[in-house]
Write a protein that binds this ligand. Structure first.
Ligand SMILES: NC(=O)c1ccc[n+]([C@@H]2O[C@H](COP(=O)([O-])OP(=O)(O)OC[C@H]3O[C@@H](n4cnc5c(N)ncnc54)[C@H](O)[C@@H]3O)[C@@H](O)[C@H]2O)c1
Length: 298
């Protein structure tokens, strides 16, 4: 028996890399999978899943195309009878320092990541709300899932990624918004930041091909079990959370919270009054740029 038996999942950007690994594991765990990608590779991935005894269809469209994503959600429900899980994973990078970045580099990257997470959430969310509102008195909505993909650049701010990092930061906030908006329809919304060797980063020396027979910390398939767990009924109470997932490590991120507070006491602050409170505002914390907060590289 698989952890996702009887469930139906759309996985975006599943034609290669981390998304392909998610699609293969979800199918092996019993889900019917819609393999989305804007590249032809989605057909080969769906065929490989079917050859291995799983159930998959390919859906070649861009996650930035509002109507095409609506049609994908509709086709998913027609082919497989329902939609339980959306994994938002599609994306690409076009790195440049902010002073060199072109408008096209900015727009396309923000579009594919940020809008590409909202298109699916919109169409799936509308369907899930419709189904939940059609339930009779005393009937509970089915468990549904949105699993988003951020990046450590979105958490900590990667240089040369004013486009990518800010879109990925937006995805963390979007994850919390979806958790709040869709929760009453049975939907949880969580977010993962993978760290793995794929076409997106294979040129970076840290991600050089693994040598030897030992554990390969950057095998992209290591990321997928956490998504399968989040998608499963085991994780029905996990909501609005963000995790860094890499190799044999899973890191749950702390939520943003107030670190220190000062008040002017029912009057407007002055510059001098604020300066007089700086030790109360920062305490032992440094007021300078915070260090990269991710786990050490391997
Ligand atoms: N690999 C890492 O270490 C890493 C780190 C942080 C975040 N991520 C994120 O993980 C996700 C997967 O990245 P990956 O490393 O597997 O990269 P990848 O390039 O191997 O795969 C990305 C896939 O998305 C597809 N895609 C791109 N634009 C699309 C669009 N508009 N519509 C549909 N599909 C589209 C591509 O064709 C490709 O198949 C991305 O969101 C990426 O930002 C990856």
């Amino acid at each position: 028996m698989g952890a996702l038996d009887g469930k139906v999942a759309i996985i975006t950007g599943a034609g290669q890399g981390v998304g392909r690994c998610h699609a293969e594991l979800f199918a092996a765990e019993g889900a019917a999978v819609v393999v989305n990608d804007f590249a032809d590779s989605c057909h080969e991935v769906a065929a490989a899943i079917n050859d291995a005894g799983g159930r998959a269809i390919a859906e070649q469209c861009s996650v930035t195309d509002w109507d095409a994503v609506g049609a994908m959600v509709k086709r998913t429900i027609q082919e497989f009878g329902d939609l339980d899980i959306v994994v938002n994973n599609a994306g690409f990078v076009r790195d440049a320092m902010v002073f060199s970045m072109t408008e096209e580099q900015y727009d396309t990257v923000v579009d594919v990541h940020l809008k590409g997470h909202v298109t699916t959430a919109h169409h799936a969310g509308a369907y899930w709300r419709h189904v939940a509102k059609s339930l009779g008195d005393g009937e509970s909505p089915k468990q549904r899932r949105v699993i988003n993909t951020t990046s450590e650049s979105g958490l900590f701010g990667g240089p040369a990624q004013a486009n990518y990092g800010s879109a990925k930061g937006g995805i963390i906030t979007l994850t919390r918004i979806l958790a709040k908006e869709l929760g009453k329809y049975g939907v949880t919304s969580n977010c993962i930041a993978p760290r793995a060797r794929t076409k997106m980063n294979e040129m970076i020396p840290m991600f050089a091909p693994h040598e030897g027979d030992g554990f390969d910390p950057y095998d992209p398939a290591h990321v997928s079990p956490m998504l399968a767990w989040l998608a499963s009924d085991h994780a029905s109470d996990v909501n609005g959370q963000t995790f860094i997932v890499t190799g044999d490590e899973i890191h749950r991120m702390a939520e943003p919270t107030v670190a220190a507070s000062v008040t002017a006491g029912d009057q407007r602050w002055t510059v001098d009054a604020i300066d007089a409170q700086r030790s109360a505002l920062f305490g032992a914390d440094s007021p300078s740029l915070p260090p990269w907060g991710g786990p050490p590289m391997r």
